[in-house]
Design a protein around this ligand. Structure first.
Ligand SMILES: [Zn+2]
Length: 54
């Protein structure tokens, strides 16, 4: 592993610890009207999966 990649990984992990995840939408449900939908997102760094309402 290159040193630069290692540093980026450490910084990314710190950001995750602070709650700044690099979320990517892996599933989404379209809502209707005011009900809204939900989207499932996963952090590309730590793998945390969160379902949140839109
Ligand atoms: Zn994360």
């Amino acid at each position: 592993m290159r040193p630069a990649a290692g540093v980026a990984g450490i910084v990314g992990r710190l950001l995750c610890l602070l709650g700044f995840h690099d979320f990517k939408i892996i599933d989404a449900t379209i809502g209707f009207g005011s009900a809204g939908g939900t989207s499932t997102v996963r952090c590309q760094r730590c793998g945390r999966v969160v379902t949140r309402s839109n």
